[in-house]
Write a new protein. Sequence first.
Length: 170
Amino acid sequence: MNPRAKTVLERREDARRAERHSKMVVNISDPSESIWFVIPRVPTSLNKMLRKHWSFRAKEQEIWNDEVFIAVPIERRQQWKKLIFKEDGKPNPAVHVQVEIKVVWAKRRLDPDGLTGSLKPILDAMRKNRLIYNDSPRWLTLIPTQTLTSHAGGQPRTEIFVRCVRKALA
C-alpha cells in the first residue's frame, strides 16, 4: 500500500473516531452560510499532472477526495447540503457558491493558468463530497490565490473558504 494513502486512511479513521467521541468545532465566520477548512498538502501542478500516467492521476484524485472528507465534519457537511440542495437532491436555484482556494507554497508559486488547472482535483473532491453541486460558472465562482509560506519552516497547505451567495430570482 502507498505510504501516503495509508496516512490518509488513518487520518480518515481518526476523524471518524473524534466525531463519535467529542464535539468537533469548525472555524467558520457564519455557520449557516460558509465553511473554512485547511488541508495540509498542496495540489500537484498542472504541468506535472498532465505528464503523469492515468493511474497516478486517479490515486491523486482519491487522496483529495479523502482529504476533503476528513477536513469537513459530517454534521457540517449535512447542514451545508441542506443549504445548497433541495429535499429532492436537486440543486437549489437560489444559491450560488463562491469558492476561494488559497495555496500556500513552500518554494515557488505557479503561473496563473497552472494554478487554476491544478485546482481541478480539489473542485472534483468538493463535488464528490457534495460541498458544491457543479463546478460550472452557473453554480460556482472560483477565486484562486497563492502565496509563499511566511517563514522558512512554514508548512505548505491549501486553505479553502466556501461561501453561499444568494441569487435574486427573477
